[in-house]
Design a protein around this ligand. Structure first.
Ligand code: ADP
Ligand code: MG
Length: 673
């Protein structure tokens, strides 16, 4: 239903709602209040105390006058059985007209007696005979925008609740089993709760539904996949052992375990769908290389997909390096979208004939022109989207569904992985290869910036080491130093004048970005000022220092991921976290100085600040949870159990129209990042 179909909402207001991202009546109802003001306790006038009060009163005839300062004042006496109190509105000329003398009103406002006005100033009132929206209850507070005030939003929400039909989305056996409110009631109570307890019940019901739908979607995907047939890739233990022996180092235990889990999955005849998590530099690529080697030993191909061409090239190089001491290295091929038709011809032939065994590239790997000889394993590195559609595209490239290994450096807390990525099996590498130097991490106040920058300019010139400067914003933003474009200009003119500085952010074209990163990795730039796009950037061992501006605006896990860009080489590396204000709280950030395990930091963030902190602005809307808290582990457990139960019962999803459409939508996306 259109917003304008709601009582009291015209095109002007609808426009304002759109600014808030609300486009329909349904979306209005789906908007979760940010908080509630509790005006539910009604006081009698005789017991009134300074502070926020709610009264049930009748007004006497109002009078109007001007204050000594020239302000228009409307005054009226408000009374109940116990006494009277003066009420004053400033500059609200319509008040005297609209006040219904003798009728019963609810009034909420601040009673702050002082020697000038012994009265309640500018309170909110509404007729007691109507359903109270703004007083005498727990009052919902929403995000507002210029020209769209809180009262207008409440009225529109009320009107939407009264107008829309709310079909039940959960099966009745489930409602009963979990003792959940009906959907209609839950929505009503979420906006206009009749008590704290009811609000909690409403949140429980709506949160349960969200997590239930998500997990049901992944469980259905999982169930469907268990029917798919894939090639079973036998483990060639000898070949794997001889490759591992040829490496100049020993695998970490976590690498060994992850490799084992992957090889086990691939021996089965249902396709693997596994997520391999580990910090940058934890050795994920090597684990993937082991799986790829085993695949090639059995005569099958591996496709290795990276998000950018530069990263793809780096993967190609590091795979070459890994295989370099092996006596029978697999044939590696590189393919990217930027290659000319002529350049692609030869690789395409080698891929089609099966001579190429490991094919590395960007999403160009899955274009129509590419025909694989016998694709059995797909490795997907740091991809934002890889869901049902992508799987379909893959399937069309292979005789049977290939095994899929996703890799990410984002540490995902277990509870989050269970809900958002429930259909993936997870392997984790927590332990870094030995000998890595921890990154010295320091919290800095803005006052110390000049000194720091000048010191680093000198250091970089002397040592030829390189520098990253990370900003939370591109060019908008209140603070000059928090936006990359302005800071880049300033630093180039002032403190880092002696250095060559590049600029990198998400609104630049892909080839522009690649060029800057290439120049940086080739050492043609001494420093880059960047937004978080460098999170999944490149490996530049010579970059040893990172400054993160307004570091308190990032989540800990994200900061940890960012600092993983330095400390890639043998040299001691440093990360400076600059606070946005001299007096910004720094305790949270100081955790980073002592904790090197990204998973621990991510769990902390999840509890303290919710999933948004982990995913920052990368968080995908489609999988956002509005009501449920992922830190509510009991809720997640019961919703997941219910989803499994649903599938075991064999209920037909089509019976529940809304549930069905929401779940099918969710089934299409498995988002990483
Ligand atoms: P990731 O893909 O997780 O970022 P890589 O697999 O690229 O990590 O490994 C990072 C670096 O560490 C590479 O240079 C690799 O050769 C090296 N490396 C990987 N595993 C080990 C290990 N067990 N011991 C020592 N070095 C390792
Ligand atoms: Mg990597």
């Amino acid at each position: 239903m259109q917003l304008t179909e709601l009582r009291g909402v015209g095109e002007t207001l609808a426009k304002k709602f759109r600014i808030l991202g609300i486009f329909s009546a349904q979306e209005l109802v789906d908007a979760v209040p940010r908080r509630y003001d509790d005006y539910s306790e009604i006081t009698s006038v005789s017991k009134i105390k300074p502070g926020l009060v709610t009264l049930k009163i009748r007004f006497g005839t109002p009078t109007q006058r001007y204050s000594r300062g020239g302000l228009h004042m409307t005054e009226a006496l408000a009374s109940d059985e116990t006494g009277s109190v003066k009420v004053t509105w400033f500059n609200q000329r319509y008040r005297a007209q609209s006040l219904k003398v003798g009728e019963e009103y609810y009034l909420s406002g601040e009673f702050s007696p002082n020697h000038r006005y012994f009265s309640i100033v500018n309170p909110t009132i509404e007729l007691a005979k109507s359903f109270p929206l703004h007083t005498a209850r727990m009052v919902p507070v929403y995000r507002t925008t210029k020209g769209l005030g809180i009262a207008q939003i409440r009225k529109a929400v009320r009107s939407a609740l009264d107008t829309l039909q709310f079909e039940e989305t959960l099966p009745s056996w489930l409602l009963k089993q979990e003792q959940l409110m009906l959907r209609k009631e839950a929505l009503e109570q979420m906006h206009f709760p009749s008590s704290k307890e009811k609000l909690q019940e409403a949140r429980k019901r709506l949160g349960f539904e969200e997590v239930f739908q998500l997990t049901l979607a992944s469980e259905l995907n999982k169930a469907e996949r268990s029917k798919e047939k894939s090639l079973s890739i036998a483990l060639n233990e000898e070949a794997v052992a001889s490759f591992v022996d040829s490496l100049p180092f020993k695998l970490t235990n976590d690498q060994r375990k992850a490799a084992w889990e992957i090889l086990q999955d691939m021996e089965g005849d249902t396709p693997m769908n596994r997520l391999l998590e580990g910090d940058v530099g934890s050795g994920k690529t090597l684990v993937a290389a082991i799986a790829a080697l085993n695949t090639s030993m059995q005569g099958f191909q591996t496709a290795f997909m990276a998000p950018t061409e530069l990263l793809a090239r780096q993967h190609a190089e590091s795979l070459q390096k890994h295989f370099s001491s092996h006596d029978s290295p697999p044939e590696i091929e590189f393919l990217s979208g930027s290659m000319s038709k002529g350049d692609r011809r030869h690789p395409l032939e080698r891929i089609e004939s099966g001579v190429a065994q490991i094919i590395i590239g960007t999403h160009a790997l899955f274009q129509e022109s590419v025909t694989f000889h016998d694709l059995a394993l797909v490795v997907v590195d740091e991809q934002h989207r890889f869901g049902v559609d992508q799987r379909k595209a893959l399937q069309s490239k292979a005789k049977k569904m290939p095994h899929v290994l996703h890799m990410t450096a984002t540490p995902i807390p277990r509870s989050l992985a269970l809900t958002l990525y429930g259909e993936l099996d997870v392997s984790r590498i927590e332990e870094l290869p030995p000998g890595r130097q921890p990154i010295g991490t320091h919290v800095i106040i803005p006052e110390q910036r000049e000194k720091l920058y000048k010191k680093l300019a000198e250091h970089c010139q002397g040592s030829k080491e390189q520098l990253y400067i990370v900003c939370p914003q591109i060019d908008e933003g209140v603070s000059k130093r928090a936006n990359a474009t302005t800071l880049h200009d300033e630093l180039s003119k002032k403190w880092l004048k002696s250095l060559k500085i590049g600029l990198l952010h998400g609104r630049m074209k892909a080839d522009e970005k690649e060029r800057v990163m290439r120049e940086f990795s080739a050492g043609q730039l001494d420093a880059i000022v960047a937004t978080t796009v460098i999170e999944v950037g490149v490996d530049v061992p010579n970059a040893t220092t990172m400054i993160i501006e307004s570091a308190d605006s990032f989540g800990l896990a994200q900061l940890h991921q960012l600092r993983g860009r330095v400390g890639r080489g043998s040299k001691q590396s440093r990360c400076y976290l600059v606070l946005s204000e001299n007096d910004a709280p720094k305790k949270r950030l100081q955790l980073l100085s002592n904790e090197t395990n990204g998973f621990v930091l991510a769990e902390y963030d999840l509890d303290e600040r919710g999933p948004g902190a982990i995913y920052g602005r990368m968080q995908s809307g489609a999988l956002d949870l509005r009501v449920a808290k992922l830190s509510d582990r009991a809720l997640i457990k019961s919703a997941k159990a219910a989803a499994q139960q649903y599938i075991t019962r064999g209920d037909d999803l089509l019976e529940y129209k809304q549930l069905h459409s929401r779940v099918s939508e969710l089934r299409k996306i498995v988002n990483l990042n």
